[in-house]
Design a protein around this ligand. Structure first.
Ligand code: GDP
Ligand code: IMO
Ligand code: MG
Length: 435
């Protein structure tokens, strides 16, 4: 059946969205990115080959699929061109298969310099960003001084715009951050070189997607980051600068909410976070080392070691509500294989919370975190390999019990379970395109 499906992260990113989008793309005509930029790192393993995508949607490995980059994204032209070259070098043809909205915003060198300068300055809030200039690029968009993809079509106007914005940034970089100023010519010349190539990919994205829906084509909307990194619903200020939750699909592509048929949340069976910010169920010592080694938990974009912790059902329930999830996909089940005991955080205990705040009105923020401890339920591990299993009935009984318990706690179906990084290491309980 033809459908529109959203695949988004329910945690702090790196849930395995890329693998799942690539797996589901077999049944899709379009895969669309709606927010974020090259802060994302989506890993696909197909025929033992590893490809990490940052800006190109994860459907590109399937020849007939069109990859669309929506207006809600921020695009680094330099990194986009590099990514396309990397794909072409791997025999993945991108010609006439990548469409870009003219309204997407550009990430330029001064955004990166500002991002890095802020992170270096100790008396500002250090977020632990990816250093890709995401925050400053989105700030420009909201301040209405951003440079858009369509600006590449008029190089004279582009030059003036860059000069004007750089005045503002160079003043801050030099006088406030004591960093080097940036010459507009460097930025302009680089853009001028790639302009016609990038413009060749420009399409009217809302019209194309509207027509696709009317023509009963299938579309996957691919989220970057995750619910807890959403600028409105995440653990602010330790978040990214876009709406990674489901609302971002509509604003970031121009497709209305009535046209979203099925929303799949992706969750690891444990949790990870790169960068700073609250993480209530974080583990340290040998369990952290176990997750790091067995789960290969190094960031796909920056190579940083990911912080690790137990699955937090309170946060998962929040992600289910905010995104109106149809179902959940659990990833990395195989990573739990050697654990004697597995913990799930089923609730929070509030110690001395301010009496004017009721528990149910609690906002997950850095301020209130100090007064909360997680309440855990402990389940027995199965001590057997689940790696590569493709049928639920072949899972160890204790693994089945673990999954069933999560399903009971969250109240929505678990439709997909991932048992390894490769496309085929996947258990499908209900196929999103076939129900
Ligand atoms: P994304 O940003 O959500 O697409 O996730 P990343 O690609 O950044 O990180 C997920 C990591 O887990 C990648 O290295 C994947 O290859 C890997 N992965 C995905 N699913 C599984 C799984 O079920 N088992 C194991 N062991 N690894 C997985
Ligand atoms: P994918 O799509 C994990 C984190 C950064 C930092 C915060 C803000 O691969 O899941 P930014 O550079 O966006 O201003 O950084 O967000 N972050 C991610 N963490 N996965 C990602 O993307 C991330 N993109 C940003 O580490 O904590
Ligand atoms: Mg990632």
């Amino acid at each position: 059946m033809n459908k529109t499906i959203v695949v988004l992260g329910t945690q702090w990113g790196d849930e395995g969205k890329g693998k799942i989008v690539d797996f589901l793309t077999e049944n899709s005509d379009f895969v669309v990115r709606y927010q974020g930029g090259n802060n994302a790192g989506h890993t696909l393993i197909v025929n033992k080959k590893k490809i990490v995508l940052h800006q190109i949607p994860s459907g590109i490995m399937h020849k007939k699929v069109i990859s669309v980059i929506g207006n809600g994204t921020v695009i680094s032209p330099t990194s986009l061109v590099k990514e396309i070259k990397m794909l072409e070098a791997n025999n993945i043809c991108c010609k006439d298969r990548v469409y870009i909205s003219p309204n997407a915003s550009l990430i330029l060198n001064y955004h990166i310099s500002m991002d890095l300068a802020r992170e270096k300055r100790l008396n500002e809030i250090v977020i632990g960003t990816t250093g890709k200039g995401i925050g400053p690029a989105y700030e420009d968009k909201i301040s209405r001084i951003g440079i858009k993809i369509y600006d590449l079509a008029n190089l004279n106007v582009l030059k003036l715009k860059i000069k004007r914005v750089l005045n503002y940034y160079n003043y801050q970089l030099v006088n406030f951050y004591k960093e080097k100023s940036i010459d507009y010519k460097v930025i302009f010349n680089e853009l001028a070189q790639s302009a016609s190539f990038i413009l060749s990919m420009v399409r009217n994205v809302p019209e194309i997607l509207y027509k696709a829906i009317k023509d009963k084509k299938s579309i996957i909307f691919e989220g970057a980051q995750g619910t807890l990194l959403d600028v409105d619903h995440g653990t602010y200020p330790y978040v990214t600068s876009s709406n990674s939750t489901v609302g971002g699909v509509c604003t970031g592509t121009g497709v209305g909410p009535k046209h979203l048929d099925y929303i799949l949340g992706v969750s690891k069976v444990y949790m990870t976070r790169v960068g700073l910010g609250p993480f209530l169920t974080e583990v340290f010592d040998e369990i952290d080392d176990y997750f790091f080694l067995k789960g290969n938990e190094s960031g796909s974009t920056t190579g940083r070691r990911r912080r690790t912790g137990w699955l937090d059902i309170v946060l998962l329930r929040k992600a289910i509500k905010i995104n109106s999830l149809t179902a959940l996909c659990l990833t990395k089940l195989d990573v739990l294989d050697e654990l004697k005991e597995i913990k799930i955080c089923i609730d929070y205990k509030f110690s001395s919370i301010n009496s004017s705040i009721r528990k149910e009105d609690f906002i997950f923020s850095q301020n209130t975190l100090e007064n909360i401890t997680p309440i855990y339920e402990t389940l027995p591990g199965w001590n057997e390999s689940t790696a590569g299993i493709t049928n639920f009935k072949f899972l160890p009984i204790l693994a089945k019990k673990y999954i069933n318990r999560i399903q009971e706690l969250i109240g929505i179906p678990i439709d997909i379970i991932s048992t390894g990084p490769s496309r085929d290491e996947t258990i499908v309980i209900r196929h999103p395109f076939k129900i």
